[in-house]
Design a protein around this ligand. Structure first.
Ligand code: DQA
Length: 143
């Protein structure tokens, strides 16, 4: 069993990027912390890209291979209809896709209040830092 943990633009900068909002831990810390709570028979495949097309290709992979997804679409959340259409293929195939955010976008600038992804996600967890990912993983492991 594999869980894909996909991260969009600027999340490679975690640790140094606006630490007052996003914390001081890095994407490598996230990978390690998720692996720590994962049973031995589940593999966490955590990836990050700044490239919309690459992120879309990973969602096709999830669709075709039926791999559950935890997705932080980062800024793409707010405007990428292409990513939404790719995410719709995942959940349309009956494969869970959980949208996660470190911060609570609803408590931030107005342009962050819209997610074009949420309408095709299985569920959304936002505002809990790395715990947003942990809670999403917990759900996928329990189901
Ligand atoms: C984010 C929230 C987005 O609005 C922002 O563009 C990000 C990170 C979050 O995890 O809080 O890059 O998805």
């Amino acid at each position: 069993r594999t869980v894909l943990v996909l991260n969009g633009p600027n999340l490679n900068r975690l640790g140094s990027r606006e630490p007052e909002k996003y914390g001081s831990e890095t994407i490598a810390d996230l990978r390690r912390e998720l692996a720590e709570i994962c049973p031995a028979d589940v593999r966490i495949d955590l990836r990050q890209t700044n490239d919309e097309a690459e992120l879309m290709s990973w969602l096709y992979e999830a669709t075709d291979e039926r791999i559950p997804v935890i997705l932080n679409p980062a800024a793409f959340t707010h405007y990428s209809y292409a990513l939404r259409d790719a995410a719709a293929q995942v959940t349309g195939a009956g494969v869970p896709l959980i949208e996660v955010h470190l911060t609570n976008p609803h408590a931030r600038e107005a342009f962050r209040h819209t997610s074009v992804i949420s309408g095709v996600a299985t569920g959304v967890i936002a505002g809990f830092g790395f715990d947003s990912y942990r809670l999403a993983l917990r759900h996928l492991l329990d189901r």
